[in-house]
Design a protein around this ligand. Structure first.
Ligand code: F1P
Length: 357
């Protein structure tokens, strides 16, 4: 199969994802009333999922708590099944939010059952209206326009993050945040060609053979998603860490073949700039994703993306992902992979019996 045919679905889903963002905002807005009712009296929210959906949970949970003041955390679906007492507390009214593109991932369906068995309300975020999750939760946010033909998740991830951000804005009655979120599709659309060109340039750099992605706060979840895209599509070594944690061991792997990508926040910006310089001294190839660079960042970065959104750090999040999706796509082709159907992967994981194949 020639290069262009391989991954044509993934490429089109990456390029056109801002349409899915637009639809996501519309769909969540339609449900604003029932989302408010659902969260009344809730003291804790547990976001859960597997794979990319777990990464989405890692992004949404800190964002939700930051805006609503309601305790929120992200946990792997399997932990809800096997370690429920470490997740669900008795006595505090909680909402459990299972996230799943397919809506049929076994562990996530079982996590939802475990929450319901304890009398908790549930809200599913999925792209599949026919799925088990969509049919079983107290309320559901179905983002059908964000569903995908490709096995690898791209537009579904950014759309499910946006959905979680909208949920936070609605629960906290934050009209300003809603307006800011509504500006994302146009900003993303305006810059998609820029992300495409740079992602392709980095993806086709044959000197890069391993990857590390680091982020602080909500950016850690995004870093996890970036490393997963490389692992799935490119099948080369790829890791993710909280920014400062990378100095505690993982930095020993940095060399002139490693792309170290820093997803910059505002809150930890100075510490992250110092980190960049350290990685440069270790001979890493540095990619910086930030709102706006300063001379120090521009000098240190080998590749630089400024999203120039004018938006707060918890709002602009998804603008960081397209360039890494493009990078993964082009590197995948170079490695002889098919980004639409990476080896050994399936659209979702269905386990037989109680749990296990
Ligand atoms: C989807 C998922 C993907 C992952 C892999 C296996 O689950 O975990 O994130 O890339 O292909 O399936 P879900 O979002 O449908 O639950």
């Amino acid at each position: 199969m020639d290069k262009i045919k391989r991954g044509k679905n993934a490429l089109s889903e990456i390029i056109n994802q801002t349409n899915a963002w637009e639809e996501t905002i519309r769909l969540v807005t339609e449900k604003a009333g029932s989302l408010k009712t659902l969260s009344e009296g809730i003291e804790e929210v547990v976001f859960t999922g597997c794979g990319s959906a777990l990464n989405v949970a890692w992004v949404i949970a800190p964002t939700f708590q930051y805006y609503t003041g309601i305790k929120a955390r992200a946990v792997p679906s399997a932990d809800c099944v096997f370690f429920p007492d470490t997740i669900f507390t008795t006595g505090s009214p909680a909402l459990v939010v299972p996230i799943s593109r397919s809506g049929d991932t076994t562990e996530t369906v079982m996590a939802c059952e475990a929450a319901q068995a304890r009398g908790m309300k549930t809200l599913s975020i999925t792209c599949n209206p026919e799925s088990q999750l969509a049919g079983m939760t107290t309320e559901t946010l179905v983002l059908e326009p964000a569903s995908e033909k490709a096995v690898v998740t791209t537009q579904s991830v950014t759309s499910m993050v946006l959905c979680g951000q909208m949920f936070a804005a609605i629960v906290s009655n934050n009209g300003e945040m809603i307006e800011q979120l509504k500006s994302l599709p146009a900003i993303g659309q305006g810059d998609i060609q820029k992300y495409h060109d740079l992602g392709r340039r980095i993806g086709e750099n044959e000197n890069i053979t391993k990857f590390a992605f680091v982020g602080s706060g909500p950016y850690y979840g995004l870093a996890r998603e970036c490393q997963l895209k490389i692992k799935e599509m490119v099948v080369l070594p790829s890791d993710s860490y909280p920014v400062l944690d990378f100095r505690h061991g993982p930095k020993s792997n940095v060399d002139e073949q490693m792309l170290v990508t820093v997803l910059m926040s505002d809150s930890a910006r100075d510490a992250e700039i110092a980190f960049l310089k350290d990685m440069k001294e270790l001979n890493g190839i540095i990619l910086v994703l930030c709102e706006k660079a300063n001379p120090e960042i521009s000098r240190t970065a080998d590749y630089l993306v400024e999203v120039n959104s004018g938006l707060p750090e918890f709002v602009r999040l998804i603008l960081y992902l397209p360039v890494i999706q493009f990078l993964s796509y082009y590197k995948s082709l170079l490695q002889g992979q098919d980004p639409d159907n990476p080896r050994k992967l399936s659209y979702y994981v269905a386990l037989e019996g109680a749990i296990g194949s």
